[in-house]
Write a protein that binds this ligand. Sequence first.
Ligand code: SF4
Length: 370
Amino acid sequence: MSSAALATALGQRIGRVVVDASVAASELACRVRRALPEAAWHVRAPEEPAPCDAHTLYLKDFRGRFLRPCPGTSQYRCCGYHILHIGENCPLACSYCILQAYFDDPTLKVWANWDDLEAEVTTALQASAQRRWRLGTGEFTDSLALESITGMSAALIRMLEPFANAVLELKSKVVDLSWLAHVRDPRRVLPAWSVNAPDMVESEEHGPRASLEERLAAAKACAHAGLRVCLHFDPILHYPGWERGYRQTVTAIADTLRPEQVAYISLGSFRCMPQLKSRIQERFPNARYIHAEMIQGLDGKLRLLRPLRVQQLAFVAGLLRKAGFGSKLYLCMESDLVWRAVLGTTPQDFGGLARRLEALAFGDAEGLCR
Ligand code: SF4
């Protein structure tokens, strides 16, 4: 789906835009208004209740922090990146989406007080010019799902251009490359696609998401433009026939990308807060992976039994290694025990995962594990 087609799909989903009065004349609000000419437009006074429905896009004057360290999870190895908080919720509907547990309110939200975001982020980057920042927008929303109407990633790329100490990761399940024309230094933007087994993309990811082939073709286009790309196998799902499904995905990757075009690849087994399980069962009764054998991990989240996790992660890692991507792999939110069983090493062996991923993101390190 092109950027224009995505904007059309979003126009069908978003019937109303509510904008806080204080940001009604902002550049972002004007952009959205032009992109969604059919949507009803409402300027919200401060005393009015905030909207709460899935068909409304709320352009908000956000008063929280725009830049924050990823909270990771207790007891497991975290990758140490910083969240660039640009909004909440997502127009896609993946059955396993963790946002279902994070937010009760389904309203799509975008922070429209760009000046505040810019001031906070640029002040932080200037104040610590010695350190390097891995920034990403894909924590509380999909980085590119609303790009066709907000242009926010393109604006972030322009904003971060003067900061040689920052790389921006754009993590998505859609194909919108409109931001690519704004990239001046290809080393500083890392387009990233979540990948899964083709049958899981088909049955568990809904809304205007791209197929696996489309995501990989977009990754290839970015690589041809000189950018390195990231791939996230997250969540790896346990269902009858998973071996075949993930083998197909690795084959498709190996047929499309060369290892040197990839910055890193994460592998993350499905995990969720206990309350999300019943929500998934309720909303997506055909989701099969939810019936796999799970336990409550040290961080309180449900996850696949460790032997099954190790088996699955080792299987996918083995295929990626054979295809030449072994040096790019890391595990998302796993213990040292699982690291050693799957990759034969632990983050401690190479100075910590956050440090190594930072080096890989900036393109100045050898890989993690062979
Ligand atoms: S694309 Fe990501 S944020 Fe959007 S519904 Fe799917 S898992 Fe959730």
